[in-house]
Design a binder for this molecule. Structure first.
Ligand SMILES: C[S@@+](CC[C@H](N)C(=O)[O-])C[C@H]1O[C@@H](n2cnc3c(N)ncnc32)[C@H](O)[C@@H]1O
Length: 474
């Protein structure tokens, strides 16, 4: 980074971390009082405003109106398709899933998905071009080969998918056959994301997720032979019985497998929202400084191995498109996590799916039966949403830049947001933030707390004064 550029206040040439490093901060130790002050419930900011702020005023009629307006635009869109089924519930899981054994359940589900797509298309009035398609869950590979083929046929007959459409699928390696990833490759999928979580057998037993490193290795190597362009791993730090030694071993095994990207999520232990997690309470669960240490170990291992830290909790090889997007100022964040900046319109299908119709958020009913009954009767079961105001958009832009680039431009802050910066001065004194010319940077020490920084720009949290059901900062 050129000193002149920052000192003159013109802004940096590269985003924070674009060269694989973060501003180091003054020292790496946090005082216990500072940690207590920071370790509060915080949103993940995959949207702003966050879901608890949305209202029921966005309903089916409003959603249909918005779809009609979007249909008059000819730009490409993104699609998210939710497959809620899992064969078993992993004890750590914080997602909204439906435990099912019988494959036949997916037939009725696919009927309902097709009905929902037709309802959306009848409002759009066109066959939109899709530049990004993501299948998430639950477990998309709950669908066997025949059902996966049916789903892709349903999508291709309704939307314009071509060789440039970036298609990605979430994979649970234990529940995925080689024949399924072969089929997915032949259907045009180029990116897969493997749930790995932790490779330590003791941790795996507690979280009820037995998954040998060989399973993960075989699937990764097979995906490479099939020319998938990117393999992502999801890892979780702060799981019961994880120790610095066991976690370091997991990280080194992961690094040996050389995934293109890694998401390192902090364990969200939310037994009040996910009662099945209560079974974990009898085990030691790293919290506070212990948990933070696990994140710092991950940062150290991945950066030593040549990975670029991305946003709040990701690492990617320098040649990966996310690292390149960071370098080019095109890293973005959506409901699906970090992505290369793309379409402004995301349409979600399935129960609990969230869409963003260019600043108009809408979420479907999350209960499977209520969702499927509604769509089969010709209704789009939108239960909440939010239409962004100009103020929301300004704040969203700052929060997104912060979550992606770990910095923001003071000179570009709209006047009403300037006072919020005062709420950040103490973080500067703690070495979590650095002021350089007009830019405020989150340091390496501050990175796990970027959401605490983002919170000062969140008008709704300020007004509410309580943080509804979010997991803690660390
Ligand atoms: C939709 S989930 C599960 C995908 C797939 N069924 C699997 O199990 O591999 C996607 C990711 O969310 C993360 N996740 C789920 N529950 C979590 C929790 N309680 N805390 C942190 N991350 C969690 C996991 O890393 C998981 O791979």
């Amino acid at each position: 980074m050129s000193k002149d550029a920052t000192d003159s206040g013109q802004g940096p040439e590269k985003p924070n971390q674009g060269d694989g490093t973060l501003l180091a901060g003054s020292n790496s130790v946090l005082e216990p009082e500072t940690l207590t002050r920071l370790d509060v419930p915080v949103p993940r900011y995959t949207s702003y405003p966050t879901v608890p702020e949305w209202s029921r005023t966005v309903d089916e009629a409003a959603y249909r109106d918005r779809l009609r307006a979007i249909g008059t635009r000819s730009e490409p869109i993104s699609l998210y398709v939710h497959i809620p089924f899992c064969r078993d519930r992993c004890a750590f899981c914080g997602c909204n899933v439906v435990v099912a054994r019988e494959q036949a359940r997916s037939d009725g589900y696919l009927d309902a998905l097709e009905a929902e797509m037709d309802l959306v298309l009848s409002e759009l009035g066109t066959k939109p071009r899709v530049s990004e398609l993501h299948l998430g869950g639950g477990t998309p590979t709950f669908l066997d080969e025949e059902r996966l083929a049916r789903l892709f046929e349903a999508l291709r007959s309704r939307f314009e998918l071509d060789d440039h459409t970036e298609i990605s699928v979430e994979i649970d390696p234990v529940e995925t056959r080689v024949s399924q990833i072969e089929l997915l490759a032949s259907l045009g999928v180029r990116r897969i994301s493997l749930g790995v979580q932790d490779l330590d057998p003791t941790v795996q037993e507690i979280i009820r997720r037995p998954q040998s490193v060989e399973i993960t290795r075989e699937l990764t190597e097979h995906a490479r032979r099939l020319e998938y362009s990117s393999v992502n791993y999801d890892l979780i730090y702060g799981l019961p019985r994880q120790t610095p030694a066991s976690w370091t071993k997991t990280l080194r095994e992961v690094i040996e497998l050389r995934p293109d990207r890694v998401a390192v999520y902090g364990f969200a232990f939310v037994p009040n929202m996910r009662p099945h997690q209560k079974a974990l309470a009898e085990f030691p669960i790293p919290a506070g400084a212990e948990k933070l240490e696990l994140f710092h170990i991950a940062t150290s291992e991945f950066t030593k191995a040549g990975y670029v830290p991305l946003g709040m909790d990701h690492f990617a090889l320098p040649e990966d498109s996310l690292s390149q997007a960071l370098e080019a100022g095109r890293l973005d964040r959506s409901f699906m996590g970090y992505r290369v900046a793309g379409p402004k319109v995301l349409i979600g299908f399935g129960p609990s799916a969230i869409g963003d119709l260019d600043g108009f958020y809408a979420q479907t009913e999350s209960q499977l039966l209520r969702w499927s009954t509604a769509v089969k009767k010709g209704k789009l079961p939108i239960i909440r949403g939010h239409h962004l105001s100009d103020d929301d958009r300004q704040r969203r832009a700052i929060i997104t830049r912060l979550m992606c680039e770990l910095r923001f431009d003071l000179s570009a802050l709209p006047a009403p947001l300037q006072p919020a910066v005062e709420g950040l001065r103490w973080m500067k004194d703690e070495g979590l933030l650095e002021w350089r010319g007009n830019w405020v940077y989150v340091t390496e020490k501050g990175r796990p707390f970027v959401r605490n920084v983002a919170m000062v720009f969140d008008r709704y949290l300020e007004e509410r004064r309580t943080q509804p059901g979010f997991s803690r900062a660390i």
